[in-house]
Design a protein around this ligand. Structure first.
Ligand code: GYE
Length: 307
């Protein structure tokens, strides 16, 4: 019949895929926005989603990917919690002819035939932007500037790269000194706790906080207030992500700047998967476009922020 004819025609143009998605966790505002974006894009396009939350643990991701392989999914979307240690399981996916799409975070693996493409932000560039803002903002300051750093998850691409980009710029400006640097695992709770210990050991000599994401910055702001100092005035606060919480903190005058890292690439990712399935050749590295925002723009932009 006519109806059947139409159905077959549709099937031929957009094949329904089963897509396994191994996500890092739910550690930050960024992450929950990213999860929703990818989940919605997959299901809105009519595909079937198998979702697994790794709770920031590598072993959970390895078993999730193995289970996707044994279910014979059509494609795997993978945001690796850390950069190393995934060769074996990615080789297993390749041997099973299941294409892997790296989303958000990269792996540090020589053999790039183990994935189709990596769609994500340029984290080194984000670190550079944060440092460039700081160098410019404190151009008139005399004497040393003491920076404390809240790093992201140890071994993760964004923690490694945001540190590298930031230090690269500061290398030419010797008055900027990173005096304390520790991981806060990208969470508010750890950001607050580690900031408390930074304050306990050197509270009156901290000029700047550089946090690898906004959630840790927001946790740290609380610690700074409880310690009796004024965030953004006594201690400059720099974050990354540009989540709503950062705009709220900036609008309240408690945070100076956030570098954008856009998590809403679900639709772009699904297009790439479909393009690959249709036989198109993809670039190995595809970047997400982004910007940066300061305190004076926060009130105006707050309502229009989508994450
Ligand atoms: O910046 C942070 C999240 O991988 C870019 O992970 C992502 C980072 C993001 O937990 O908030």
């Amino acid at each position: 019949t006519n109806e059947e004819g139409n159905a077959t025609e549709e099937e031929a143009t957009s094949e329904k895929l089963v897509i396994g998605f191994s996500q890092v966790g739910a550690e930050s505002e960024w992450r929950t926005a990213n999860t929703t974006s990818i989940q919605d894009a997959i299901t809105d396009a009519g595909h079937e989603l198998q979702f697994s939350d790794a709770q920031q643990k590598q072993e959970n991701q390895i078993s999730a990917i193995r289970s996707f392989i044994s279910q014979e999914v059509d494609a795997i979307v993978f945001s690796p919690v850390v950069e190393t240690g995934f060769e074996t399981v990615l080789q297993e996916a390749k041997d099973a002819d299941i294409p892997v799409f790296l989303a958000d975070r990269a792996v540090d693996i020589e053999d790039d035939s183990l994935w189709v493409t990596f769609l994500g932000s340029d984290f080194i560039e984000e670190g550079r932007k944060a440092a460039e803002w700081l160098v410019d903002d404190m151009a008139d300051h005399e004497g040393d500037i003491n920076i404390v750093e809240l790093q992201g998850t140890v071994g993760s691409a964004p923690a490694i790269d945001r540190k590298e980009g930031f230090e690269e710029i500061l290398a030419d400006h010797s008055q900027f000194v990173i005096t304390q640097s520790q991981t806060g695992d990208f969470t508010r709770t750890d950001g607050k706790e580690v900031m408390e210990s930074f304050l306990r050991s050197d509270g009156d000599n901290i000029d700047v906080l550089y946090a690898h994401n906004d959630d840790m910055a927001i946790g740290a702001i609380q610690a700074i207030e409880e310690y009796g100092l004024t965030p953004a005035e006594d201690i400059k606060i720099i974050g990354i992500d540009a989540v709503k919480g950062a705009f709220e903190a900036m609008a309240a005058g408690k945070m100076n700047v956030t570098v954008e890292c856009n998590p809403l690439f679900g639709p772009q990712l699904v297009e790439l998967i479909e393009a690959h399935m249709a036989g198109e050749e993809l670039e190995k590295r595809i970047a997400v476009e982004e910007d940066m925002y300061t305190m004076d723009q926060a009130k105006e932009l707050l309502d229009s922020r989508e994450y």
